[in-house]
Design a protein around this ligand. Structure first.
Ligand SMILES: Cc1cc2nc3c(=O)[nH]c(=O)nc-3n(C[C@H](O)[C@H](O)[C@H](O)COP(=O)(O)O)c2cc1C
Length: 353
């Protein structure tokens, strides 16, 4: 079996065949993508940070229909309906929960009591230590080259730092796409790799062709970090909208943020009270400024424009710099097997086999 020699504490803990995680991506990590990655031997995380509770529940059920492999669920512990989503994760017996910003001890305790592994993503060693104190079972350390909201420390520096800082298994994220990368991560002391952008560009990804084309066209230099989407550093493919946001006045940004907030309210079905509570609690636990809180709805709405509606010029395209190295669109199975094959070959070369 390909990859038989590459069993790690990650495969043992998560119950997947290979030490590869398909990370959650809002609007992208759908039940179909998650099931395809799990069936291919990786471990998939369903994206629920942009879902209302009924949708999250239906999506979790759908994953279970499409695969009998273990899978995880990602959500924001401060989003409207977070408690219902946490309850669905427990009720349906997901194997793991993933989260990043604003972890809440009550949800984490609930997961641990149900035997659900807590797998937060962090971008700094001190956040990893804090996450372990709060109960993390596995840490995903995402370097600055990673897609979506991201930190500034590159994977090559963050990974060894986090491995040294915590005593739970660590998974490397940010910039991975190949078996050579998997071996490099293992050499740093990680137990596997987590990939977003690489799975976004797989056959089972729901991303419309016009949007995928922008990712394929991007070089590593075309995937900058901007704070103009929601006030937090976010790595995205440069496009017309990013140029417009970067050139906008504060009044222009405020107007767009208000439009997004209205649209988000319609889409989420959340009441104004619920949204205000979520915004307030995010502001408190993530220490957001008022401007960042007001801009919070921009990300889900503008990402949806590109990822669901297929209008890349008017939406946000979160991406890792690794988009600049990706040229093909394999199925999840082809991708996972190729990575494992490359990993074994790389290992063989290093061992003089
Ligand atoms: C389109 C897109 C959407 C994302 N959405 C989420 C999300 O909803 N929740 C989350 O925790 N991380 C999200 N991320 C971050 C990824 O889960 C992952 O950590 C990152 O993509 C890893 O870097 P890579 O793209 O270089 O593989 C997103 C990333 C991308 C590219």
């Amino acid at each position: 079996m390909v990859g038989a020699t590459l069993q790690t504490p990650l495969t043992a803990k998560l119950g997947c065949r290979y030490p590869i995680i398909q990370t959650a991506m809002g609007w992208v990590a759908t039940p179909e993508l998650v099931a395809a990655s799990c069936n291919a031997g990786a471990f998939g995380f369903l994206a629920c940070a942009t879902s209302r509770p009924e949708q999250a529940d239906a999506d979790i059920r759908k994953v279970k229909e499409l695969t009998d492999r273990p899978f995880g669920v990602n959500f924001l512990m401060e989003q409207p309906g977070a408690a219902e989503i946490a309850a669905s994760i427990v009720r349906h017996g997901a194997a793991a929960a993933s989260y990043s910003r604003s972890p809440r001890r009550d949800f984490i305790d609930q997961f641990k009591a149900a035997g659900i592994l807590c797998v937060p993503t962090v971008g700094a060693a001190r956040h990893a230590e804090k996450a372990v104190e709060l109960g993390a079972d596995i840490i995903v350390a995402q370097g600055g080259e990673g897609g979506g909201h991201t930190g500034i420390v590159p994977t090559s520096l963050l990974l060894p730092q986090v491995v040294a800082a915590v005593d739970v298994p660590v998974v490397g994220a940010g910039g991975f796409h190949s078996g050579q990368g998997l071996i490099a991560a293992l050499a740093y002391g990680a137990v596997g790799i987590a990939m977003g952008t690489r799975f976004l560009l797989s056959k089972e990804s729901p991303v419309p062709a016009a949007t995928a084309k922008r990712y394929f066209a991007a070089s590593v230099m075309d995937v900058p970090v901007t704070t103009q989407v929601d006030g937090l550093p976010q790595r995205v493919v440069r496009n017309e909208l990013v140029g417009e946001l970067e050139a906008s006045s504060s009044a222009g940004l405020l107007l767009r943020a208000l439009r997004s907030a209205l649209e988000y309210r319609k889409l989420s079905g959340a009441s104004v009270g619920e949204l205000m509570r979520a915004a307030f609690s995010m502001q408190q636990s993530d220490k957001l400024t008022r401007a960042q809180t007001i801009m919070a709805a921009n990300a889900p709405i503008l990402i949806r424009r590109a990822m669901v509606e297929g209008v890349p010029a008017e939406g946000v395209l979160p991406s890792g710099q690794v988009a600049g190295l990706i040229e093909d669109q394999p199925t999840c199975e082809e991708l996972v097997l190729r990575i494992m094959q490359e990993a074994e070959e790389a290992l063989g070369r290093l061992c003089g086999r």
